[in-house]
Write a protein that binds this ligand. Structure first.
Ligand code: PLP
Length: 382
């Protein structure tokens, strides 16, 4: 356990538990033209590019105000030309949100949807693309935080590239913990945000974009404030955000990047999350909970558990009791199944997961669903 996690521990899809030092980095005021602040912006853009296994000289990093959805909207509304057409691959709520964003902006759209517990195979995407005409852009979510499923962005990217389309990946909940081969996947626009696996606080997101992709976005924006090309041009010209930057969030993020380095980078962070996930699933299965996804499709980011059939289990009650005990879990977001979710990302370790499991056992006993699993009942008689 980290000694510096005051307040609740967040086992959610974000915003996440952050370190005290990340929060402390916000305890100063800087102006948006202050040279210290501009140096932080520059450093963050450079360091985000260096996190990936791709040649940074072919890519650009743009920071954009807002939560993750704003940044997805920035890309969708800025890069697709008036005569373009977007294909969105949907196996969860975040994919559905991308499609909704395109509809709001009047962008020509095709949606390929599969069940929320199924991954897209490259074959299915290839077959679907071959049946359509005029698709210029394809968007997919890497870790669909709705369920915790991890889509094969690299294999799909090869297909998208083969079809000559621009490739947009929402890697919100995976970037910084799951290594992504940006160039090998032919990703033109990768989107993530400050408050997910980099463990910063909410307030902005970022886009890693191929330079040709970005240049072709010029003049395509449908909004002023979310214009990706303009934001990039401004950052390139003088390092400025066009409108008030989330200064304190940026300062916190720079510290979060320092702490990512100290931990050993993306692989080490992913390994800590993987250990969290292993500890969680082992404990939950022992209690008697069922994991929604097949093991091979499941990420270590977030896990969906089915409601137990025991009628004494009421999620709202379960949630409240855990919250009172100091643990925030998350409701489900699946369309057809009653599940709840437990995230294993953020400034938490496997001993925090063990503490959560202890609390879950206790709460279930209080609720009278302690006998979800006979094994647990035998092991720990009340
Ligand atoms: C968190 C998340 C988002 C963005 O959600 P916001 O609430 O706007 O920050 C988008 N896509 C995925 C896959 C996410 O996990």
């Amino acid at each position: 356990m980290y000694p510096d996690s005051p307040g609740k521990l967040l086992f959610t899809p974000g915003p996440l538990t952050t370190s005290a030092t990340v929060k402390e980095a916000m305890l100063r005021d800087l102006g948006s033209l202050d040279s210290d602040f501009l140096a932080s912006v520059h450093s963050i853009r450079t360091r985000l590019l260096a996190l990936g296994s791709y040649p940074p000289e072919d890519y650009e990093c743009i920071l954009m105000q807002g939560s993750g959805t704003f940044v997805v909207e920035s890309v969708i509304s800025s890069v697709i030309p008036r005569d373009g057409k977007l294909l969105v691959l949907v196996n969860g709520a975040y994919g559905r949100r991308i499609a909704q964003t395109a509809r709001v902006h009047g962008i020509a759209l095709d949606v390929l949807e599969v069940a929320e517990n199924r991954k897209f195979t490259p074959e299915l995407v290839a077959e679907h693309l071959a049946s359509l005409t005029g698709i210029t852009h394809v968007a997919v979510v890497h870790c669909e935080t709705t369920s915790g499923i991890l889509n094969q962005v690299e294999e799909i990217g090869v297909v998208v590239h083969g079809a000559g389309a621009v490739y947009i990946v929402d890697a919100m909940s995976s970037f910084g913990a799951v290594p992504i081969d940006m160039a090998g996947s032919h990703i033109d626009f990768l989107i993530s945000s400050a408050n997910k696996c980099i463990e910063g606080v909410p307030g902005f997101g970022f886009i890693l974009a191929s330079r040709p992709g970005l240049e072709s976005a010029k003049g395509n924006a449908r909004t002023l404030s979310l214009d990706l090309y303009d934001q990039w041009a401004s950052m390139e010209a003088n390092g400025h955000f066009r409108f008030t930057p989330p200064i304190h969030t940026i300062l916190a993020f720079e510290q979060a990047l320092n702490e990512l380095d100290e931990e050993g980078g993306v692989r080490a962070r992913g390994e800590r999350y993987r250990q969290n996930h292993i500890a969680l699933c082992r404990g939950m299965k022992e209690i008697g909970f069922e994991v929604y996804l097949a093991e091979e499709d499941q990420s270590f980011i977030i896990t969906s558990f089915r409601y137990p059939s025991n009628p004494a289990f009421q999620f709202a009650d379960f949630y409240e009791r855990l919250w009172t005990a100091g643990f925030a879990i998350y409701p489900g977001k699946l369309s057809h199944e009653s599940c709840f979710r437990i995230g294993t990302i953020g400034r938490i370790t496997s001993s925090d997961v063990e503490a959560l499991l202890d609390a879950i056992r206790l709460v279930l006993r209080e609720m009278g669903v302690y006998w979800v699993s006979e094994k647990v009942q035998e092991a720990e008689p009340a």
